[in-house]
Design a binder for this molecule. Structure first.
Ligand SMILES: Nc1ncnc2c1ncn2[C@@H]1O[C@H](COP(=O)(O)OP(=O)(O)OP(=O)(O)O)[C@@H](O)[C@H]1O
Length: 271
C-alpha cells in the first residue's frame, strides 16, 4: 500500500547516505539483481564496477526511483522511497543530482537552459533572472567558460558536454551526486581533468558520490572505496588494496590484469 504521508526530511541523519538491502531486479526471465546489499557512506566517493551488463545502471536507476525493483528495501538519507509518489519524495530528490551516461542534455536547450530545467521544476516560484544567475554560477563551477552557457549541446565537445551535465546535476546544490560512466569517451587528459573536477567538487561541496565506471584510472585516482557487482549482487566493497586481498577471479583479473597494474603504477607515480 502507498503511504500518503509526505516525507519529513531529517537533516541530522547520520547513517549511510544510501542503504540497499535484498534488492531484486528482473526483466522477464532475466534476473539482474538478487539479494543485493550496499551501503554508501557520507562524504565518500564510491566507485561501482562490474562487467558489462551486470546491472550497474539498473542499480543506480533503482536508487533514484527510475526502476521499480521486484523486491528489497532502498533508503536514501534514511528515507524509504519505494512505493512513494513523486510529490511525496520531492524533498529527498532535491538533495541529489544525476549525470546520466552520455550527459542526457536536452538538445534543443542551451547549456544554461539545461541547468535551469531542474531549478524550474523544483523551485517554480524562483525569479527568472535569479534562475539565470544560478545557472551561470553552476556553469562556472563545472569548469566551463562563461561563453559555453548560451551554446547548444551540438556545439560542445564530448568533455564539455559532460561538464554541462555536471552543471545541471549541481543545479539544486545536491549533497549526493550520481555519475554514470563520467569519463567514458574522453581522451586520457580530459578524463584526468574530469576526475580532478569530481574530487574538487566532492571536497569543496562536501558531496557523497556514487560513481559507476569502467575507468581503472578513475578508481585509483579518486575513489575512496569500490563496490564490485558480479553474480547478481555486490560481491565485495572496500579500498583497492582490500579488494586485491580477496581471492575472487574477476577481482584479480580486473585489478591485477595488465591494465589494472598499469593504472596502479601510474597512480603511484602521480598521474
Ligand atoms: N529497460 C530494460 N528492459 C530490459 N532489459 C534491461 C532494461 N534495462 C537494463 N536491462 C538489462 O539489464 C542488464 C543490466 O543492464 P545495465 O545497463 O544496468 O548494465 P551495466 O552494468 O550498467 O552495463 P554497462 O557497463 O555495459 O553499461 C542488461 O542485460 C540489460 O540489457
Amino acid at each position: 500500500m502507498v503511504d500518503e504521508d509526505p516525507i519529513i526530511v531529517n537533516r541530522d541523519f547520520s547513517g549511510p547516505i544510501i542503504c540497499v538491502k535484498g534488492l531484486r531486479n528482473s526483466f522477464g526471465e532475466q534476473v539482474v539483481h538478487e539479494g543485493l546489499d550496499l551501503d554508501v557512506h557520507k562524504g565518500e566517493i564510491l566507485g561501482v564496477v562490474g562487467g558489462s551488463g551486470t546491472g550497474k545502471s539498473v542499480l543506480m536507476r533503482s536508487i533514484i526511483g527510475l526502476q521499480q525493483p521486484d523486491e528489497g528495501a532502498i533508503e536514501v538519507f534514511g528515507e524509504s522511497l519505494l512505493g512513494r509518489s513523486e510529490a511525496e519524495t520531492i524533498d529527498v530528490r532535491k538533495r541529489w543530482g544525476v549525470l546520466f551516461q552520455g550527459g542526457a542534455l536536452f538538445s534543443t536547450l542551451t547549456v544554461a537552459e539545461n541547468v535551469m530545467v531542474p531549478i524550474r521544476e523544483f523551485f517554480p516560484e524562483m525569479d527568472r533572472d535569479f534562475r539565470r544567475e544560478v545557472a551561470k554560477y553552476k556553469v562556472c563551477l563545472s569548469g566551463l567558460p562563461p561563453e559555453a552557457a548560451p551554446k547548444y549541446p551540438a556545439e560542445l565537445s564530448g568533455g564539455m558536454k559532460k561538464r554541462a551535465g555536471i552543471a545541471r546535476a549541481l543545479a539544486l546544490d545536491p549533497e549526493l551526486l550520481f555519475l554514470d560512466e563520467p569519463t567514458a569517451g574522453l581522451d586520457p587528459i580530459g578524463a584526468a581533468a574530469f576526475d580532478n573536477l569530481t574530487r574538487e567538487l566532492q571536497q569543496t561541496l562536501g558531496l557523497t558520490v556514487f560513481l559507476i565506471t569502467h575507468d581503472l584510472d578513475t578508481l585509483h585516482a579518486i575513489c575512496d572505496r569500490v563496490a564490485v557487482l558480479a553474480d547478481q549482487k555486490v560481491i565485495a566493497v572496500g579500498t583497492i588494496p582490500e579488494l586485491l586481498a580477496l581471492d575472487h577471479p574477476w577481482i584479480q583479473e580486473y585489478f591485477n590484469g595488465p591494465r589494472g597494474r598499469m593504472a596502479s603504477t601510474q597512480n603511484a607515480a602521480g598521474r
